[in-house]
Design a protein around this ligand. Structure first.
Ligand SMILES: [Zn+2]
Ligand SMILES: [Zn+2]
Length: 380
């Protein structure tokens, strides 16, 4: 008791009675017969059936048994199982968290107190445990506010580790990890939508605009500044190598999400250098050939376009294969190519053939690409 007097007494805030007219667990309507009860552990409101357990909570300075809800009781049980050496118990734990993450209340409870336990579950690889745990985390990420917590937590680091060194090739795990990182490609989707009106995003109304002016103009806009800052943070968190690795996935959705993420991340000027450095150019060129899914070559071209804004990447980009592929898109596939892809191909070639380029081949044809763009689209 002396000790607890020294510590700051912290207990969860109780949800006010008037805020809930139904049990948060079973949704039964409260009335004079069915009364409200507060769980001492989480502070939420439940009916008697859903908060029937009693337990002492020394960490909250309840030394004698007090009312806790079934959810808190279950979560405590799963947490204990997570530490077990028995893999069956760890599987049960991960399943429990997965079920708990299916509704808003469960998610709120997990995100508040159990992210560390999720990390424990991820610390020893077992396919089933990983499947359920990554699924639970993907469910948590359904709520936008949780995504920030997850991306900034060690869980994101654990995901990156897994992607860098996958213990098996389980598509379900990889998809769950992707769903968790959805904000990255949500931005990419918006970038895709912008491509419908390329003049607005890509700055092609200003053919003389240099790369520096281009980025300067963006950073002057606070919205851009905000998003590019996040984009940088994601790359600094180590997301590029796994994203590039996953381009080789046999699952099309994984490829689509990876390349969409890279397209979005490449908007940031520092990321443009990073993507080049970690070997992102070659896979992007390969994806230009991808024919089953129209969006994949489009995102690859978007990434290459952004990389071509950065002179550091010129030596990586100035290769015959890129020239051949883009030429093929422009000339051979002209009638089958979407306008967006065609314009991006012209713009990449145009950027590479700018005056700073020393490659004779690209340089000599630069004017041609620009003129073609002007003829086809009225601007470059
Ligand atoms: Zn209830
Ligand atoms: Zn509770």
């Amino acid at each position: 008791m002396m000790q607890s007097a020294d510590k700051k007494l912290w207990r969860p805030m109780w949800i006010p009675d008037e805020q809930e007219d139904k049990c948060l667990n079973c949704s039964s309507q409260f009335n004079t017969l069915l009364r409200r009860h507060h769980c001492r552990q989480c502070g939420n409101i439940f009916c008697n059936n859903c908060s029937s357990k009693r337990q002492s909570l020394p960490q909250l300075h309840y030394d004698r048994p007090v009312r806790i809800c079934n959810r808190c009781s279950d979560l405590a049980h799963y947490s204990k199982l997570a530490l077990s050496d028995d893999v069956m118990q760890r599987i049960e734990s991960s399943k429990g968290f997965c079920n708990m993450s299916l509704d808003a209340l469960g998610r709120k409870m997990i995100i508040t107190n159990f992210l560390e336990v999720m990390l424990t579950l991820l610390s020893r690889f077992e396919t089933s445990v990983y499947r359920h745990t990554t699924r639970a985390i993907a469910n948590l990420a359904e709520n936008e506010i949780n995504r920030v917590d997850i991306i900034e937590s060690s869980i994101f680091g654990a995901f990156v580790d897994y992607m860098l060194n996958p213990h098996d090739d389980d598509h379900q795990i990889i998809l769950n990890i992707y769903i968790t990182g959805r904000p990255v490609y949500a931005r990419a989707d918006r970038a895709g939508a912008f491509l419908q009106q390329p003049t607005e995003t890509l700055g092609i109304d200003h053919p003389t605009q240099s790369y520096k002016e281009h980025t300067h103009q963006r950073s002057g806009d606070t919205r851009w500044h905000h998003t590019t800052k996040n984009q940088r943070k994601i790359v600094e968190g180590g997301s590029l190598p796994p994203l590039i690795l996953m381009i080789n996935s046999p699952v099309e959705k994984v490829i689509l999400y990876s390349v969409a993420s890279l397209a979005s991340l490449s908007e940031n000027s520092d990321n443009q250098i990073s993507i080049g450095q970690v070997g992102g150019v070659r896979p992007m060129i390969n994806l230009l050939h991808y024919s089953n899914q129209d969006k994949i070559p489009l995102y690859a071209a978007t990434t290459l376009y952004y990389l071509s804004l950065c002179q550091t990447n010129f030596t990586l980009l100035l290769q015959q294969e890129l020239f051949d592929t883009l030429s093929k898109i422009i000339i051979v596939n002209y009638t089958n190519t979407s306008h967006e892809l065609l314009l991006l191909a012209l713009k990449i070639l145009g950027n590479l053939s700018s005056e700073s380029s020393t490659d004779e081949h690209f340089k000599n044809n630069g004017t041609l690409y620009k003129q073609t763009a002007v003829i086809l689209f009225g601007h470059f």
